[in-house]
Design a protein around this ligand. Structure first.
Ligand code: BGC
Length: 420
């Protein structure tokens, strides 16, 4: 079921793509795909490559040419890729990688970003369907809002891959590609247990939770993974939540928005920590929320201890904070590999196949991936899923986990910068 480690291809064109697309705060919201990310990419297959696999010692060139080599087997077919927003860093990387992968196989690509606006994403999808794409790869803004538009895709015979976030209540979705979302949260919870030595230390320690967007089906999995790991210690009284906010609904952050997370956390600090109480842990589901929480701690926390702060994604600003000791860890998900898995699944679907666990072996991926047919029910039944494996990154292993494999380069400023 599982295969080990690979290299993926990074290209000069991808670096150009990032210069054009990454870090832009606004999306073009257009279905024509004329965003920076869409226009900057050229033929992936002919670009210089670097080893971006999770095994630093893996042979770069061999895998790279196999993964994103230029061929024209997709000629004449078009792939529609709908990403949520450019304002949350990772989706810039996803869009670029996906585009590079499909273009490398000769497919035409239309890439849309919808500014985190549900109506915009529905319009963008309508546009892609009207443009007669042969395959849709969709990272939903709101997992519950695409039922109607995707019924149109089904009617037109367009297969839909639910990318990273599960799209709910539609039988138009054929497959789901993501990381093991529950494990992401579990890794955060276990990191806290380990760092505080909760099995031996007397405690009690104070902890506060910040979770993601309730419209994102992933957000509950992340929160539950972390909370389930920590609950025994909360029940025991070794971990205390002074705000009393322990349900997903109470700790969720609309749109995964940094400012929203900051404001909520400033309120928590003002109401519960202004009398000299010590905050030990801020469990944050991802990096965009961790950034807001870190800002709130900087501006509004009176204590002098360094607070253990978790995150997810390896966003550039958060890695800087990790190097500077302001954030403690992030859970890294190699979206380059997520794009490779999506490509091979997409090609199989476009060839009229019905992929299953065999796709993993047949594709020769060298990263870990599990085929799961029990965990993700979107309300119309179980959606067969390809789930990749996340990794814990701290100051101590940035070099080995992120820089050596080629996902980031270490800048002269002493901070890691994404390579795509
Ligand atoms: C993704 C996370 C990301 C979050 C906000 C989730 O669906 O899985 O990686 O941090 O969205 O962009």
């Amino acid at each position: 079921m599982k295969k080990k480690v690979l290299s993926v291809m990074l290209s000069v064109a991808m670096a150009a793509t990032c210069l054009a697309g990454c870090g832009e705060a606004a999306d073009n919201g257009s279905a024509s795909g004329d965003s920076g990310a869409a226009t900057a990419t050229t033929d992936a297959g002919s670009d210089a490559s670097a080893d971006a696999g999770s095994d630093a010692s893996a042979d770069a060139s061999a895998d790279a040419s196999a993964d994103a080599g230029s061929d024209d087997s997709g000629a004449g077919k078009k792939v529609g890729i709908a990403m949520p927003t450019k304002s949350l860093e990772r989706w810039n990387r996803d869009g670029s990688y996906l585009e590079e992968q499909f273009k490398g196989k000769g497919y035409e690509v239309e890439l849309t970003y919808s500014d985190n606006k549900i109506d915009q994403q529905v319009k963008d999808l309508e546009g892609l369907i009207a443009d007669k794409v042969d395959l849709l790869v969709v990272a939903a803004i709101d997992g519950e809002s695409l039922t109607q538009v995707l019924a149109g895709a089904k009617e037109a015979g367009i297969p839909v891959i639910s990318y990273d976030r599960l799209i709910m209540n539609t039988d138009a979705v054929s497959y789901y590609v993501s990381f093991d979302n529950y494990t992401v949260g579990k890794l955060q919870g276990e990191f806290v247990i380990d760092q505080l030595d909760l099995d031996n230390a007397a405690g009690p320690f104070n902890i506060e939770f910040t979770a993601g967007d309730p419209a994102d089906n992933n957000a509950g999995f992340f929160f539950n993974g972390a909370f389930d790991a920590l609950k025994p210690y909360i029940d025991e009284g070794k971990l205390v939540v002074p705000s009393g906010q322990t349900t997903f609904e109470q700790v969720a952050t609309k749109g995964w928005d940094t400012a929203t997370a900051m404001n909520r956390f400033q309120n928590i600090l003002g109401s519960n920590y202004s009398g000299g109480e010590q905050l030990d842990v801020a469990l944050c589901s991802n990096d965009s929320t961790a950034l807001g929480v870190t800002q709130a701690i900087k501006s509004d926390y009176a204590g002098s201890n360094s607070v253990l702060i978790t995150g997810q994604d390896g966003d550039e600003a958060n890695l800087k904070n990790i190097v500077d000791g302001l954030q403690t860890m992030t859970v890294y998900k190699a979206v380059a590999n997520e794009a490779v898995a999506t490509l091979d699944l997409g090609v199989a679907l476009l060839n009229g196949e019905t992929p299953d666990a065999g796709l993993i072996d047949a594709s020769g991926w060298s990263f870990d991936c599990a085929y799961d047919t029990s965990s993700y029910d979107n309300g119309t039944g179980i959606i067969p899923s390809y789930l990749l494996v996340p990794t814990v990154v701290t100051k101590d292993n940035i070099e080995s986990e992120l820089v050596a494999p080629g996902y980031y380069t270490m800048g002269d400023d002493g901070y890691p910068h994404p390579t795509n």
